[in-house]
Design a protein around this ligand. Structure first.
Ligand code: PMP
Length: 415
């Protein structure tokens, strides 16, 4: 069956025809038959260079032989035990060794679960109720963080989704990204804030990069007000380098959340941080958190193999950085919009200056983006289908892939 027919049927079986909203590309999404390395093959017979990579987890590309072997080895031994496994120690050992701020971790099954639990833990530890997030910051699809971004910095939260209690999100405050002054002002007038949660590099509207000193400023400000700093490294973890944004920017959060790459492409999440805080998690302490699939052996095996590979081949990061720089040079020549990148994250914004925060992001010309996106797809390049989602590259992208992406960028931006 072709994608258009599959989608027509899917809409009768699943709301919007999809399992997650961003996949509902108009007029219909392409359906994937298989993937290997940097390429996706669609059921319609197209072969696409993939710059979406499952929205980030696949830093080594699709079906990487080392990861597949690790998963297959695990499958032979079973894939769900409901008991502890030695694999948990392997992955926890690597994550804690790579992140100076992370003494202990708890594994969960998604990034959303990780941020939900980290926020609960912050409230349990501080015995305070409010949290602050960044406008436009995305931390998953649970109630406390589903707050309409773009509302005034200090106004009470407004739910971004029907079904979210106004009372609940009233405890979620917002500040603009890259504005330490707004954070300090909010903290000076509110002594009931448990935590400030932020993506160190905004990945869900970006990449939007931190100004020099922004992350160290927010570290100092939160410490001064006894507010926990939660770095949401679900995208940046092992993406901007080993040790994530924590190491890259030299900022030590109280808690950090992970997902995506640490599961090698299988479902995972994790949160971690200072021992004295983490030991409040059940059964060590009174903050409840649990999950049937937590620490799933197949995800742990895939994640451990991925992190081991990255440790053995740290040159991957340099190569990916060079690749996005090369694409950016072509994009810069187009004289239209602005190209932003960090390591293997990149995006072309249809706005003259690199956006600094959510309000500036909203000024982008989304119609121009849609035309560009469609042009790229016609040229055989699959980019995430929104102006507000970052593009990714993987170690599996070849020189030829990069040249093809750069060429397509050139022709689609000039079009
Ligand atoms: N935090 C960030 C920064 C994310 O990018 C995402 C997902 N894109 C999440 C949390 C939620 O992760 P998941 O989709 O695995 O629940």
């Amino acid at each position: 069956m072709k994608s258009s027919d599959l989608f027509a049927r899917a809409k009768t079986l699943m709301p919007g025809g999809v399992s997650s909203p961003v996949r509902a590309i108009k007029p219909y999404p392409f359906y994937t038959e298989r993937a290997a390395g940097s390429h996706l093959a669609t059921v319609d017979g197209a072969d696409l260079i993939d710059c979406c990579l499952g929205y980030g987890p696949l830093i080594l590309g699709h079906a990487h032989p080392d990861i597949r072997e690790a998963i297959e080895r695990q499958l032979e031994k079973g894939w769900l035990y409901g008991t502890p496994t030695p694999l948990e120690l392997d992955l926890a050992g690597v994550i804690t060794a790579d992140h100076p701020a992370v003494d202990m971790v708890r594994f969960v099954s998604s990034g959303s679960e990780a941020t939900m639990a980290a926020i609960r833990l912050a409230r349990g530890y501080t015995e305070k109720q409010d949290i602050i997030k960044v406008e436009g910051g995305f931390h998953g699809a649970h109630d406390a963080v589903l707050v309409k971004a773009g509302s005034g910095a200090t106004t009470l939260g407004v739910p971004d989704s029907a079904g979210v209690l106004v009372d609940l999100v009233a405890h979620t405050r917002q500040v603009p990204y890259n504005d330490p002054g707004a954070l300090e002002t909010l903290l000076a007038e509110n002594d009931d804030v448990a935590a400030f949660i932020l993506e160190p590099v905004m990945g869900n509207i970006g990449p939007v990069l931190p100004d020099d000193g922004y992350l160290t400023d927010v570290r100092e400000i939160t410490a001064a007000y006894d507010v926990l700093l939660i770095l949401d490294e679900v995208i940046t973890g092992y993406r901007v380098g080993i040790g994530g944004a924590e190491v890259l920017y030299g900022v030590k959060p109280d808690l950090a959340t992970f997902g995506k790459i640490i599961g090698g492409g299988l479902p995972i999440g994790a949160f971690g941080g200072r021992r004295e805080i983490m030991e409040l998690i059940a059964p060590a302490g009174p903050v409840y958190q649990a999950g049937t699939f937590s620490g799933n052996p197949a995800s742990l095996a895939a994640g451990y193999a991925t992190l081991r590979h990255l440790h053995e081949h740290p040159e991957v990061y340099r190569r990916l950085d060079d690749a996005t720089r090369a694409i950016g040079e072509v994009a810069a020549d187009a004289g239209r919009g602005t190209f932003v990148r960090i390591g293997s994250l990149f995006k072309h914004f249809f706005r003259d200056e690199p956006p600094q925060d959510y309000r500036e992001i909203k000024e982008c010309d989304t119609e121009a983006f849609s035309r560009f996106w469609k042009g790229m797809l016609d040229a055989g390049i699959f980019l995430p289908p929104s102006q507000f989602e970052t593009n990714f590259l993987s170690a599996a992208h070849t020189e030829q892939d990069i040249e093809q992406i750069a060429e397509a960028y050139g022709s689609c931006l000039f079009a």
